[in-house]
Structure formats: structure tokens, C-alpha cells
Design a binder for this molecule. Structure first.
Ligand code: M6R
Length: 357
């Protein structure tokens, strides 16, 4: 039920802090440590490479998950779009483990790959929000998102839940390998839940940004580097699917290789700056687009901000910034669609679960 909310999407955006806290609880053992079924941990440790297979928003969560698993647990990971993988299978490692990420657990493109990899004899783990879904039943192992039903076609709380569960998997795998991490994920996810709450309270500000930048525009670009690039891809998908504004996410460094030709007087460019090691270079990219007339909307993180930034997010663990940076983008997309009179929860031409290949 959407209760007092005008749309499921807004309700589901607002639920994200609760979902973070519920995920921590669901994955804690009696002593409060994060834990994952030992058969799943063993399957991850026995693999020489993880292959994450997903579509749409779940694919974007997989890109963030790759970084966490590689940096924290030192396990090589490839992330593939399901529909590409099934017709263009890459050379596989000797002992792959397949990880299917799917909110609904019913996505036909992902299932087609699961059928193929099972035929080849490879084990599969499904990360899904729906217990008993097809992808869960057909895989060897399942990790649940515990996000509660997601009704809006535009995925929001499932994306952040997917990243949180992948983060838990990465830290538990690291621990099982004897890798010492210098932070507590329970604590960091708690901070993230609090910051998400603050961001959800900033709705008026986000509505104002949507008004200022997106009311009449035909297109909008999202730029970022490192994990901000992945969040930009997700921000662009959110905006295009519900507001029908042509939106694209780009790696900041790729601009000069083509995209910058599209920047005109007034073109909105949302730039994300949450990553210290690329802060100077993304700001250089903003200068490049501004010089061509772009209307920049810089969203940065506390500690990296400058006077020109439109919104500054409170600081969180640098590897987990996608969990918070996506929230303003979800809200901006919501208000842009609302102002343009679009059907926010049921955008044209789209279905909640895509059960055809
Ligand atoms: O249920 P799934 O996670 O497998 O769905 C994958 C995509 O169809 C889905 O994320 C889609 O991109 C959303 N509409 C994005 O908001």
C-alpha cells in the first residue's frame, strides 16, 4: 500500500534507510557480526573468478559490487549484461561462480544465462528480493535483499539493497580469506542509513534542482569517474525511464572522445564528485563542459566540496558512496517526471519484470 504517498516510487525511495537497517539485522549473527551461509562463502572462495550477470539497474549495482569484491576480498569479478552474455559468451576462467542479480528474480534475459551456465555445470548464486522466484529456485544458492515489495517500475530501494548485500558478501569473504579490513561494515551501513534519512528530508531542494535544470530540457548528461561513473549510469537510467528526457551517463574522461560535441548552451550536466582520487579530474571535466555552455549541477561529498557545488552529501565510507549519491538522483528523476506530468510509477513501454528475452 502506498499509504499517504502520491506514488510508490517516492515511498520506496523513503524506505531506503529502513531497508539498510533491516539488511544489517538480517545478516547479523547472535554476536552482531555479519554472516553469510557457509556454503555460499565456500562457493565464492573456491571460484577463481566471479561472473555477475544482470540487467538494467541490477547491472549498475553489479558494477559497484565488482569494486567491493575486488578491493575488499581480492577476488576477480566480471560484470556482464545478461542479454549480451547469452549471445556473446566471453572466454571463461577455470572455476567460475555465476552471480545473478535480479530484484524480481524473473528477468528472462538473466534466466537464459542461468540455463546456459547450469548446462555447462557451473554453480550459481542469485541475489534477489523475491524468495521463491524463478532465478532463486533454479540457482544453487540465494541471498535475499529484504527490501520489501518494490512496486514502482523504476527500481530504487532494490538498487541500494543489492549494493549493501554485495558489500556484506565482500566483507564476509574477505574475513574468511584472512584479509583484515580497517572498518566495521555494520557501523558504516548504519551511518549510511542516517545519511539516507537526511537526503530523503532534502526533497524540497531536489524538487528545486529538478525545476531549475530539467523542466524544459530535451536531454541531460551525468558524468563521474570511478564509482561516480556507475552512479551516473543509474541516475541517467532513472531519469530517462520516468521523465522521457534523453539522459546518458558518461565517464568524465570519455567526454573529450566524443560526447562533448553534444554540449550546447544550457545543456544540463549532473557531475558527481564523491571520490577524492579523481576529484580534480572530474572538476576539470566540469570546466570543459561549462566552457561549451553547459549548465552544471555538481553533487559532491563533504570534504571534497567547492563553492560551485549545488548539493553536498554528508561524508560516508569512500567505497560506499553509491549508496547515498544515488538518492538525490532518484529524487531529481522523480520530481522531473512529476513536473512533466508523466506517470511516475508506470512509465510508458515498460514492465516491472521483463519476462521476455
Ligand atoms: O528484476 P530485475 O532486477 O532483474 O530487473 C532488471 C531491470 O529490468 C530493471 O532493473 C529495470 O532496468 C528497471 N526498470 C530500472 O529502474
Amino acid at each position: 500500500e502506498k499509504g499517504t504517498y502520491p506514488h510508490y516510487m517516492l515511498k520506496e525511495i523513503d524506505e531506503q534507510p529502513f531497508v539498510m537497517r533491516r539488511i544489517i539485522q538480517k545478516y547479523q549473527d547472535a554476536s552482531g557480526a555479519l554472516t553469510i551461509d557457509k556454503d555460499i562463502v565456500n562457493a565464492v572462495l573456491e571460484a577463481d573468478r566471479l561472473y555477475i550477470i544482470a540487467c538494467g539497474t541490477s547491472y549498475h549495482a553489479g558494477l559497484v559490487g565488482k569494486q567491493l569484491l575486488e578491493k575488499w576480498a581480492n577476488i576477480p569479478v566480471e560484470v556482464h549484461i545478461a542479454s549480451e552474455f547469452s549471445y556473446n559468451m566471453p572466454l571463461l576462467s577455470k572455476k567460475p561462480l555465476f552471480i545473478y542479480i535480479s530484484q524480481s528474480g524473473e528477468t528472462a534475459d538473466s534466466r537464459a544465462v542461468l540455463v546456459q551456465t547450469k548446462k555447462l555445470g557451473y554453480k550459481a548464486l542469485t541475489i534477489t528480493n523475491v524468495p521463491g522466484s524463478t532465478l532463486s529456485r533454479e540457482a544453487d544458492y540465494t541471498l535475499l535483499l529484504h527490501a520489501g515489495p518494490e512496486i514502482a517500475v523504476a527500481s530504487t530501494k532494490a538498487y541500494t539493497a543489492q549494493i549493501a548485500v554485495l558489500a556484506i558478501l565482500a566483507t564476509v569473504a574477505a574475513k574468511a580469506k584472512g584479509i583484515a579490513l580497517d572498518f566495521s561494515l555494520v557501523k558504516e551501513l548504519g551511518i549510511i542509513a542516517n545519511v539516507m534519512e537526511m537526503l530523503c528530508d532534502a526533497k524540497e531542494e531536489m524538487e528545486q534542482i529538478a525545476r531549475e535544470y530539467l523542466e524544459t530540457t530535451r536531454n541531460c548528461f551525468f558524468i563521474g569517474r570511478a564509482s561516480d561513473f556507475y552512479v551516473g549510469l543509474e541516475g541517467a537510467l532513472k531519469l530517462k525511464e520516468i521523465s522521457y528526457i534523453q539522459a546518458e551517463g558518461f565517464a568524465g574522461g570519455e567526454l573529450k572522445h566524443g560526447t562533448i560535441a553534444l554540449i550546447e548552451e544550457g545543456t544540463p550536466v549532473v557531475a558527481l564528485a564523491t571520490q577524492e582520487h579523481v576529484n580534480l579530474s572530474i572538476r576539470g571535466n566540469v570546466k570543459e563542459v561549462v566552457a561549451r555552455g553547459a549548465n552544471p549541477c555538481i553533487i559532491s561529498m563533504r570534504g571534497l566540496e567547492t563553492d560551485e557545488d549545488r548539493y553536498v552529501i554528508p561524508a560516508v565510507h569512500p567505497m560506499l558512496t553509491p549508496l547515498v549519491a544515488v538518492v538525490p538522483l532518484q529524487l531529481i528523476a522523480y520530481y522531473a517526471a512529476l513536473h512533466r506530468g508523466c506517470d511516475v510509477d508506470k512509465p510508458r513501454n515498460l514492465a516491472k519484470s521483463v519476462t521476455v528475452e
